[in-house]
Design a protein around this ligand. Structure first.
Ligand code: SAM
Length: 472
């Protein structure tokens, strides 16, 4: 029997089933243990993170007043590390050809009803120009797994195309990539293509269930999939994005597994996850979410987000347009630091009208990017299109050190202001522009360091005079 070892390179040891089962029963036994919960909360207040066991005790807590403290602390930690800035991005679907058998995903190889489509480089240009015209600077590339239609060369060529499109004042400055688990050699190529974060959702950490949900295709290999982040790191990528698809297995199992994965990355590479995404399963073509009977309520989901924020204080936390405006509003108060806006989840969706079944899954937030930006401002958040960190070499350990030591407020805040100013001038509606300008003025005076404040003021003036892409 494998034993838990976060430093191991073997999936069965760093995501250890027995340790998860023991943690599950430990959490359930202690859900009313006030002394223990208070002790963990006190440790959590130091904002240095929690182990998977400690975090699971908080998730299991059934004491109402202590749950309120958990939510409050999640909000405080988010502000301590990331202040009020929220990063914006959009997904770009390149191809829905796929040979895998993910039974929850409409791209699965046996789906005969979904129209298959792969963008040509010319079509990618059209998508990217449309995205630039919305104001986006940061994309997450999405593709099915298919060595004939979407080989790594296609992904690399697409990244190169995207980075080289300069249309009006637009540019895509950070391309994150969400493609299936691959080899060290391919990860090295992605690294050389200057991707931002490599994102790969585990879907479920429960091996038995994973194998039942992925019956064929390369993704059916649990070990290969679970050890992918280790290979990505070996290939030179040190900004890694984790996620599970909530609804496939019990949320408790996934929550513990996800934190073990984060612990593993820290233990083995000294770099925890750059981001954690929290997707929940949605209805889609040829998929019935009722077939997956682990759906979670909004309240449990909110608690998961809060406990993840407390357990991994430095990580970026992402919520997509799978969630409704109301749910996103709630989660923003509990630790989310990145949201997508104006998203289309069909191949070609930014230039063509989406038809039923062409999108990957149903969205719950259909607002335009402009509406999302204005909404964030109205809620007291600072929308940011910043992509500076990885362009300044602040990735992996360097990024983590910075966030852990002092938070990234002094860097993030100025860059958020300058990118919001670009957005306000180039893309915003009159209403959003007015609100953005007022927010920029207010936030500028809040930058604590005088030199940084002055520099930001100068940069904002230069942007007003027509310069672009100024960052620190
Ligand atoms: N093909 C790549 C892979 O297998 O990892 C990644 C791209 S896939 C387009 C991105 C993610 O969409 C998957 O990892 C999965 O978690 C999510 N997804 C698939 N079906 C979904 C559904 N019905 N509802 C919500 N999210 C879904």
């Amino acid at each position: 029997m494998a034993t838990y070892n976060p430093k191991s390179s073997k999936a069965s040891e760093f995501i250890n089933h027995e340790e998860i089962l023991e943690t599950l029963s430990f959490g359930k036994e202690n859900s009313h243990n006030r002394d223990l919960i208070i002790e963990i909360l006190n440790k959590a207040k130091k904002a240095k993170g929690l182990s998977h066991r400690e975090a699971f005790i908080l998730l299991s807590c059934k004491e109402d007043d202590l749950n309120e403290e958990i939510y409050k602390l999640a909000n405080e930690i988010k502000h301590k590390f990331y202040a009020n800035r929220i990063v914006l991005f959009a997904p770009l679907y390149l191809s829905n050809y796929c040979i895998n058998g993910c039974s929850y995903c409409p791209y699965h190889g046996q789906n005969k009803t979904i129209p298959r489509k792969k963008l040509s480089q010319e079509e990618i240009r059209a998508q990217v120009i449309a995205l630039q015209d919305l104001g986006h600077k940061r994309l997450a590339l999405e593709a099915g797994e298919d060595p004939i239609h979407n080989p790594i060369e296609y992904i690399l060529e697409s990244i190169d195309t995207i980075y080289n499109i300069k249309h009006k004042n637009g540019s895509i400055r950070r391309v994150n990539v969400n493609i299936a688990a691959t080899s060290v050699e391919n990860y090295r190529k992605l690294h050389e293509a200057e991707i931002g974060t490599y994102i790969l959702f585990q879907e479920t950490y429960n091996k038995e269930n994973y194998e039942a949900l992925h019956k064929f295709g390369p993704k059916s290999n649990y070990e290969y999939h679970t050890e992918a982040m280790d290979r990505a790191f070996e290939g030179g990528i040190d900004d890694l994005g984790l996620g599970v698809l909530y609804g496939l297995d019990s949320y408790e199992y996934e929550f513990i597994g996800q934190l073990m994965h984060a612990e593993h990355l820290e233990a083995r590479f000294n770099v925890g996850p750059h981001t954690i995404s929290v997707p929940r399963i949605k209805p889609a073509d040829d998929i019935n979410p009722d077939d997956f009977d682990n759906s979670i309520s909004d309240d449990i989901f909110a608690k998961i987000v809060a406990c993840l924020r407390i357990a991994v204080p430095y990580t970026g936390m992402i919520v997509s347009t799978r969630e409704s405006q109301a749910m996103r509003e709630r989660l923003l108060e509990l630790g989310i630091s990145q949201v997508s806006g104006g998203s289309k989840t069909s191949v070609g969706g930014y230039t063509e009208k989406e038809t039923k079944g062409s999108d990957q899954f149903e969205l719950s937030d259909h607002r335009s990017l402009d509406e999302v930006v204005d909404w964030l401002i109205s809620l007291g958040h600072l929308p940011s299109f910043c992509t500076a960190c990885y362009r300044m070499g602040r990735t992996g350990e360097a990024f983590m050190d910075l966030v852990k030591k002092e938070g990234i407020g002094n860097i993030c805040q100025p860059n958020a202001l300058t990118t919001l100013k670009e957005y306000a001038i180039d893309y915003a509606s009159d209403k959003t522009r007015k609100n953005a300008e007022a927010l920029i003025l207010k936030e500028l005076s809040n930058i604590p360091n005088e030199k940084v404040r002055e520099l930001t003021k100068e940069n904002l003036e230069k942007i007003g005079q027509g310069q672009r892409d100024l960052y620190i």
